[in-house]
Design a protein around this ligand. Structure first.
Ligand code: S3P
Length: 427
């Protein structure tokens, strides 16, 4: 179904974005492994996180889902039951990879699979270190889903990650919960650290020394309630929309600003963005309200250690770059090719439809901004972040646009279009 995307003169108002996807997944997973009940507020009711809930329900975990709360009745570190059917992970890389780490240490067999996109995503990166720990794990053609995991005794390892990936890091650390001895991972650049923070909160010993993280297997984990902050990856769409449209001002309430996630704020500020952090608060996970005002953006270079801190925001940053003066170079972002879609190819193709000057490179894009862009019929590649990025782009294009598969936004932001409409002004 093709969905119309309109342009807008400006956006004004206050919004609250749904809960952080990474933290919502982990709250369910760690709650299942903890002793006691975990009450989760602000949980993201997106399809990816619902896949995580469904996988744990299939392993005997009681999870109550209501409008304002998810309650996970933990079974303890050794309380998961053998699933009687396939664990279906949908479109979710986080569910697939983190779950493999947990399953590697269980005394039962399991098989995991996901949708067409998941079946193309690289799993060799987790299979290799999990095997080094002793895991009995196999994938289709060696490194693809479906994955089958048989019981095995695990031992801790010291492992240098070949890519800065929080999913990979977390998969190994979670297997480490069930291993004999300590597990150490060394990151090439810091990726999101929600696993480390949350496991510490549950009583596990997780030490971080620069980019070296060591987990000592705990006797037990103790349930702790989780108040999930708004997802900065979802806030990013309103930040960019507020910046590129004239006469706009948006306040986004209760956004998580964990420093391993705020690369988007740093990059936009380097481009000349007017973004204020208001009412900073929180402890395990810091939060604030963000106020964005229309700004004259200029090009920048986005590469190196900042990449894992803004990996999911690169599609919408490419949109910001298309409306900025001069050239923006995105580099060191090869990982974008193995996300829900090849986001380098997807964003190059879709931005080009508007008349933008974009060149695809091996590890990113070069975007020469400042042109007047026109509306077009966009393709989402069934990728929620491509769809939302192009909806933001359409706001500032001349003429009407459309997107082929608006429903895919439900992966991370089911009410995205309604919230966007609520900010449109009639001036
Ligand atoms: C995630 C880590 C990132 C990110 C994904 C969520 C997580 O992936 O792109 O949306 O929750 O750990 P990688 O760690 O594979 O880069």
């Amino acid at each position: 179904m093709s969905y119309p995307l309109s342009c807008a003169p400006s956006l004004r108002g206050t919004v609250t974005v749904p809960g952080d996807k990474s933290i919502s997944h982990r709250a369910v997973m760690f709650g299942a492994l903890a002793e006691g009940d975990t009450h989760i507020t602000g949980f993201l009711m997106g399809e990816d996180c619902l896949s995580t809930i469904s996988c744990f329900q299939k392993m005997g975990i009681a999870i109550d889902v209501s409008d304002d709360e998810v309650v996970v009745h933990g079974a303890g570190l050794h309380g998961l039951k053998a699933p009687t059917e396939l664990l279906y992970t949908g479109n979710s890389g986080t569910t697939t990879r983190l779950l493999c780490g947990i399953l590697a240490g269980q005394p039962f067999c399991s098989t995991l699979n996901g949708d067409a996109s998941i079946q193309k995503r690289p799993m060799g990166r987790i299979i290799k270190p999990l095997r080094m720990m002793g895991a009995n794990i196999d994938g289709k053609e060696g490194n693809l889903c479906p994955l089958t995991i048989q019981p095995a005794a695990l031992k801790g390892i010291r492992y240098e990650l070949p890519v800065a990936s929080a999913q990979l890091k977390s998969s190994i650390l979670l297997a480490g919960l069930f291993a004999d001895g300590q597990t150490t991972v060394i990151e090439p650049a810091a990726s999101r650290d929600h696993t480390e923070r949350m496991l510490r909160g549950l009583g596990a010993k997780v030490e971080t020394n620069d980019k070296i993280i060591t987990l000592t297997p705990p006797e037990t984990l103790h349930a702790v309630d989780v108040n999930v902050p708004g997802d900065i990856s979802s806030a990013a769409y309103f930040l960019v929309a507020g910046l590129i449209l004239p006469d706009s001002e948006i306040v986004i309430r209760n956004v998580g600003i964990n420093p391993t996630r705020t690369g988007i704020l740093d990059a936009l500020e380097a481009m000349g963005a007017d973004i204020e952090r208001l009412n900073e608060r929180g402890d395990v996970e810091p939060v604030c309200d963000l106020r964005v005002r229309s700004s004259k953006l200029h090009g920048t270079v986005i590469g190196g250690d900042i990449i894992p801190r803004l990996i999911d925001e690169l599609p919408v940053l490419a949109v910001a770059a298309a409306f900025a003066e001069d050239e923006t170079v995105i580099r060191d972002a090869q990982e974008l090719k193995v996300k829900e879609s090849n986001r380098i190819a997807a964003m190059t193709a879709e931005l080009s439809r508007t008349g933008a000057d974009v060149t695809e490179t091996d590890d990113g894009m070069i975007i020469r901004g400042g042109r007047k862009l026109h509306g077009a019929a966009f393709t989402s590649y069934a990728d929620h972040r491509v769809a939302m990025s192009m909806a933001v782009c359409a706001l500032a294009c001349e003429g009407e646009s459309s997107i082929d598969d608006p429903a895919c936004v439900a992966i991370s932001y089911p009410t995205f279009f309604e919230t966007l409409d609520s900010l449109k002004t009639n001036s």
